[in-house]
Ligand binder design. Sequence first.
Ligand code: P6P
Length: 331
Amino acid sequence: MTQNMTITEFLAQHLQGEHSGALNAILDDITVAVKQIAIAIDAGAITGNMGSLATENVQGEVQKTLDVLTNDIFIEAIQKSGYVAGMVSEELIDPVNLTVKNGQYLLCVDPLDGSSNVNVNISVGTIFSLLKAKNNQPELNDFLQAGTQQICAGYAMYGTSTMLVLTTGNGVNGFTLDKTSNDFVLTHPNMQIPQETTEFAINMSNYRFWQEPVQRYIDECLQGTEGERDKDFNMRWVASMVAEVHRILVRGGVFMYPSDAKAKMGKLRLMYEANPMSFIVEQAGGASTTGLQRVMEVAPTGIHQRVPIMLGSKNEIDRVAIYHQKKSKRK
Ligand code: P6P
């Protein structure tokens, strides 16, 4: 892989198999959408798009102007290839059937994850997951496929630079937007998550609501060299999943949004947050669990269902899973 090759050159060289033609076209549309979203976010404060709307999304979360704007950008861009028959979005109650020529794929997308960070200028992102469609008139149930069925997953990160990180099942590669050429170029080939880490990311304010295995794991991290783990840990919490996952891909770590007494199924959504991020993390040598099973093996029951998720450096996630199994055995 030549450093700084464009994403188009990279995909032409590396996409193989039955999906390669469609993936080339779909990913081209996604890069167009991401470039437009990056411009919209960058100019948000200037164009007056930093505010909130009077509307809520299906999750009951107040929608930001940019949530709706980025969703519209995606819907328009993703129709160009003609391969995507339907789209599920965090911002829409029902799937959107797209007017397509030969739609054979389904897209699940969180157009602007972490959008509450936009007006405080903290990194946000877009997360997407691609599935095979049964036909070009998809029903809601056609989207309800386990994460192991994903054809492709990726995220865009609108941070100190705009990046696109992708997997199609043969490893993970990162591309940075070169603003002079307006092209994504390969800057992070074959991303691998270190198996070990001393860094965890979790919203500590929920401590009293967590189940015992999560409290035990975090307690041991906090005890550092004075406790069971005999090493000190560092903590991060950006409140933007894309930024947390990207940091983990670059230097290791764990990200945890477990189920708790407040949110029995956790906070993050399976189809367009947990599954795509789990696909990427596993392809980079990491692991992703609900505590009781591999996230990508969860059988979906709803397009907006939530799922507990703990992902990152494999040895740490394996430890978290063991703590959950021991607890369920004790029960
Ligand atoms: P909390 C953003 O709203 C998000 O869905 C993820 O990107 C992020 O990791 C999490 O929620 C932050 O949750 O509880 O810190 O607001």
